[in-house]
Ligand binder design. Sequence first.
Ligand code: FCB
Length: 472
Amino acid sequence: MSDASGPTVRPFPALPAGFRFGAATAAYQIEGAHDEDGRGPSIWDTFSHTPGRTLGGATGDIACDHYHRHREDIALLRGLGVDGYRFSIAWSRLLPRGTGPVNAKGLDFYDRLIDELLAAGIAPAVTLYHWDLPQALEDRGGWRVRETAEAFAQYAALAAERYGDRVERWITLNEPYCSAFVGYAEGRHAPGAQEGSGALAAAHHLLVAHGLAVRELRAAGAREVGITLNLDRLHAASDRPGDLAALRRAEVLHNEVWTEPLLAGRYPGHEAETWSGLADGPWRRPGDLEVIGEPLDFLGINYYRPVTVAAAPHRTDDPELRTAVDIGVAETDPYGTRHTTMGWPVVPAALTELLLDLHARHPRLPPVWITENGSAEDDTVAPDGRVHDTDRIAYLADHLTAVADAVTAGADVRGYFAWSLLDNFEWARGYGQRFGLVHVDYTSLTRTPKDSYDWYRGLITAHRARTEESTP
Ligand code: FCB
């Protein structure tokens, strides 16, 4: 695909008129300025500054320095011609300690960002929580305790009151699976805990936080309100009963913990210990399912790759971990396709399957937005000054075609945000993975649009021309 003859030609996918295109980022991954203008520390500051937690000890202290270069980044978005930009607010810029005194300079930063986006004709889509819990709240128990959900609702109210008149779309949480299970059970992400009940409590409190925030956002007159999940397209390694049982356990932990309470007003099926842990935990209070099940205007889906699972021996004797991370499942990789530098198999058809399956399972499914999709590649700036990321172009084209296929088959998908506008801090993997449409040199902080940036701009222009022509 990356031979000398240049980019593989892919026809632009035929998406419906009105389909919207965007690009996405998250605060800790791009902003830098970690201790400027009154920003308080978050769990990712603490985690990344703890030796051994991130690749090469990388931190988000500077990242892409977007805090100081946001005008340049907005110009890049304008050049791309996107309809929308998904970014996240750093909770600890607005409320340095998570609750209590408001930081006016933090509020002003996002005010400027939003106003400048609107002036560029780009609709802001705001994620309230992309994993960067104020450290002060973690010190009081973090997502293990209900007070954090209540604090989140107050933060949501503050943001909605200030920006609600200008923000098109609100995403309460990004991938709560990662916050709860990768952060509190696996420990690969901040706060780096390895607990069973702590992770289940976190999952429940994240869901409650979401529901409480939806109520605050609506009370403040927010327009479109939703949540972003990283639902997995799961396959079983074989039809053997053990593998099928492993598949069910993984479906509960990865998907149904979220989709059942959010979309069906109930906890997931009884097959997995995760369920009983969640449903019977002391953290549960009467009325919680009603809070969590507040109707959504849209559901955000982040998709990168499918996952195949097989039965595997438990790794620990800890009954608690067996509910939250050590669930007797191993991932296998039968896909036999190209893999990105993350080691993820490239399987666009699994995105079509995921969207259609969701549609079939949930009568209450609201319109879906793909809030992240993209690929990490081994990008370098060539002698001609360009980045020839032909594999990324193929990835994006094929996944947009997969979305178009799902729409043709009846799924209601309204928009797509490419991950990411910029190369950035890829969490525990530091700066070793490049997902951007724009290359960032981390020494000079120079931005260089890649070939995929031009390709995406061409796609958006062609889509508009084609659908405007056909609209009477
Ligand atoms: C998602 C995260 C996003 C980015 C991509 C690659 O899980 O939401 O911040 O790191 O993965």
